[in-house]
Design a protein around this ligand. Structure first.
Ligand code: PEP
Length: 264
């Protein structure tokens, strides 16, 4: 089965509204030159406050905006109520999002997000008609202790618990070794492909072979224009979740065009 690649940019806590709009403009202007079938699925994840600024152009005006989907970087699993500082699935959908990133290692580390919360979020996102991008990954200590596969397999099993095979098939997983995020050290492409193949086997075990064949599994961790071709040439890597290199249109667009050379 051929899976359409995804190149997703995680802007994290960067860029004011005008800066976000400018970056979005640079990406959509590039994307406009290509047909949907030539392009990977392109996703950008601005801050909550910049989502409306970026989404204000999303009305099929033909400027390329329809070729760039928007993700939220987080959401709450409850639909409304007394959860100060939180944003629901319906709210991010209303603002123009189609995807939500969940379980990023920074949220797990700095905001104590647990596997259980990630599972609740994944269920709420799918119930709301959006697509979760579920992040997983090991620390350097876990890698050195030889427990990478065990750790990631338990993160994935917990995240997908109780989700139907049909919903799992639509979801996206991002394998992001924590030691490779923002460090400039990329995971060796063969090793990233091995771990992603292992994740696909876990999906097969819990959700069946159709879901395993359909789910898109990305690599994240210091992806750059110079690394993406080798990463995309591997059998199980379906795209990239990009942090630092997604903050400039030039490098993000180069990642997209290098992806198109190998695998769209
Ligand atoms: C990320 O935060 O998801 C990420 C992969 O960041 P970077 O590309 O900067 O390593």
């Amino acid at each position: 089965m051929s899976r359409k690649p995804i190149i997703a940019g995680n802007w994290k806590m960067n860029l004011l509204q005008e800066e976000g709009k400018e970056l979005f403009n640079g990406i959509k202007t590039f994307a406009k030159n290509f047909s949907e079938s030539q392009l990977p699925t392109i996703v950008v994840a601005p801050t909550f406050l910049s989502i409306p600024a970026v989404a204000s152009c999303k009305h099929n005006c033909g400027c390329g905006c329809e070729k760039v989907a928007i993700a939220a970087q987080n959401c709450h699993w409850k639909s409304s109520g007394a959860y100060t500082g939180e944003v629901s699935v319906e709210m991010v959908k209303d603002a123009g999002c189609e995807y939500v990133i969940i379980g990023h290692s920074e949220r797990r580390q700095y905001f104590s997000e647990t596997d259980e919360m990630i599972n609740l979020k994944a269920k709420a996102i799918l119930a709301g008609g959006l697509i979760p991008i579920i992040c997983c990954g090991e620390t350097l200590e876990q890698r050195e202790a030889g427990i990478t596969d065990e750790h990631i397999s338990s993160q994935i099993k917990a995240a997908l618990d109780g989700i139907s095979s049909e919903d799992v098939a639509k979801s996206v997983i991002a394998y992001e070794p924590i030691w490779a995020i923002g460090t400039g050290k990329t995971c060796d492409a063969d090793e990233a492909n091995r771990v992603i193949g292992m994740i696909r086997n876990v999906v097969k075990e819990v959700s069946g072979s159709e879901a395993a064949a359909s789910i898109r599994i990305l690599y994240g961790g210091s992806v750059k224009p110079s690394t993406i071709e080798e990463q995309m040439s591997k059998s199980d890597i379906d795209g990239a979740l990009v942090g630092g290199a997604s903050l400039a249109a030039e490098s993000f667009n180069e990642i997209i065009s290098n992806t198109m050379k190998v695998s769209v």
